[in-house]
Unconditional design. Structure first.
Length: 478
């Protein structure tokens, strides 16, 4: 006899199948899944409702974490049949709640629907969150996830104008983070060739670009700056290279106008991005489209709403906010066998807009993209700011080097202070620069910062993800 758990799983997998369009081959020149990609907000909502009705019994029967949560809230799976029910009745889940579950139920936790049997029979890959909480949270995905993820990523990559003729240089170490792996399988689905670029230094990578002429680079924004400079030092002008697209992820970059412009200018190439998280994967959350960057307008990043529900919530009370208001991102994943999380607090600040985009999609757009996780927020004497606000201040000064760092320390009076360390060719006569950067920081963050101007090449070069903040305070205020 089939168990309730297996029955709910079969129904969920059927539902995923039913709402998949053009799984293996693109449906048109412009859209991979034309019906879904150009769906109206009403059509998207009815797909979301059908998926929510199928996913709640699946989670209840297959995840002990979810079953306990339903029981604690006094809810049956049938109480959440559509998006309105979900938003009204289901409080957001944050990382610490998952981390506690992982601690109580080592080593995997019970917040996914992956059973030992499914993992043994058709497990695909285990990814790990890069969160800063200290408790590793892992996510084991199945081959259903691989397929659904590759399909979703192919849709997003086609929207970013990846097409036949492109070769993608994958500048990543292929670690336990989901981004590059998910892209790799999406590119395989599109049958676009790739060059793996793990396990080599920047000079070797620069030589590969010069010699084998990839058209697209996958890398972090800070590494794009570094690699461009390495190419220049080899006597190769990045602008004259084969590279036409810089595909970035892993840290904010496209949202910082001055950084984006600096990188695009350095390479003479267009920057596009994927946005997402390990918890709601292995596919993309957000992606750039042809209309993402327009003169005089803020940069935008789409979200794929037939496969995920995206909301922004108030940072304090976690209540949902209407479109147009700034809040923290929350994701419900409706495209996964292993990790279809309900209202997971991803926690990046943005503003959503659901009017039709010039590219023809009605899927929500994050206006100004994403400006950093709430976890990265610097709290200095009660004043809160993001590292990217300091980055904008440094970049606003002509001639500033690519690298910078923010040092938080406690002075001899017991007062917490911030020093911005930057590089500039005029480091021997720094007075004007110090004043200019301090003024930019004061305007953007309403705080006084010390500024140190160093000779170019003093600060360590970013090799992968930039580490911008050094916190040496004797006690960290919360
Ligand atoms: Zn668009």
């Amino acid at each position: 006899m089939i168990s309730r758990a297996d029955e709910a799983r079969a129904h969920w997998l059927n539902t995923l199948d039913n709402f998949c369009e053009n799984r293996d081959v693109s449906g048109s020149v412009k859209y991979w899944s034309p019906g879904l990609d150009t769906a109206s907000q009403d059509e998207i909502r009815s797909i979301q409702n059908a998926k929510v009705a199928a996913v709640t019994p699946f989670l209840y029967e297959n995840s002990a974490f979810y079953r306990r949560r339903f029981d604690r809230l006094g809810l049956a799976p049938t109480d959440i049949r559509n998006v309105d029910d979900l938003v009204a009745k289901w409080p957001v889940i944050d990382k610490s709640e998952m981390a506690q579950d992982a601690l109580a139920h080592p080593p995997y936790g019970t917040y996914t629907t992956m059973s030992e049997e499914v993992w043994t029979q058709r497990g695909w890959m285990m990814f790990s969150s890069s969160g800063s909480t200290g408790v590793p949270r892992v996510f084991r995905y199945s081959h259903v996830d691989r397929e659904m993820g590759a399909w979703a990523n192919a849709r997003a990559l086609q929207a970013m104008d990846f097409c036949k003729g492109d070769t993608v240089f994958m500048i990543t170490g292929y670690g336990p983070h989901v981004w590059a792996w998910g892209v790799q399988y999406g590119l395989a689905k599109m049958q676009l060739p790739t060059i793996p670029g793990g396990g080599m230094d920047a000079k070797a990578r620069a030589q590969i670009i010069d010699r084998f002429k990839p058209t697209i680079l996958l890398l972090t924004p800070s590494y794009a700056l570094h690699l461009g400079r390495v190419l220049e030092n080899l006597g190769v002008d990045p602008r004259k290279s084969s590279v036409r697209t810089l595909f970035v992820g892993g840290e904010p970059g496209i949202s910082v106008a001055a950084t984006r412009e600096r990188i695009q200018e350095l390479w003479g190439a267009r920057m596009v991005e994927f946005y997402g998280c390990t918890e709601a994967s292995p596919h993309v959350g957000g992606f750039s489209c042809e209309a993402s960057q327009q003169p005089g307008k803020e940069v935008t990043t789409h979200l794929l709403e037939d496969i995920q529900i995206w909301e922004v919530v108030d940072a304090e009370n976690k209540k949902v906010l209407p479109d147009g208001q700034r809040g923290l991102t929350v994701c419900t994943n409706l495209n996964s066998e292993a990790s279809p999380q309900l209202r997971f607090l991803v926690g990046d600040y943005t503003v959503l807009d659901r009017t039709r985009c010039d590219c023809g999609r009605c899927h929500a757009r994050a206006i100004g993209s994403f400006s950093g996780r709430a976890d990265d927020l610097i709290n200095l004497r009660g004043i809160k700011m993001f590292p990217i606000q300091i980055e904008q201040a440094v970049r606003a000064v002509p001639g500033a080097g690519d690298e910078f760092e923010i040092v938080l320390a406690t002075n001899s009076d017991g007062l917490d202070i911030m020093t911005v360390r930057m590089e500039h060719a005029d480091h021997s006569t720094p007075d004007g620069l110090i004043k200019a950067v301090a003024e930019e920081v004061r305007t953007r963050c309403e705080i006084r910062a010390g500024v140190e101007v160093l000779a170019p090449g003093t600060l360590p070069k970013t090799e992968f993800k930039a580490k911008r903040v050094r916190d040496q305070r004797s006690k960290v205020s919360s």
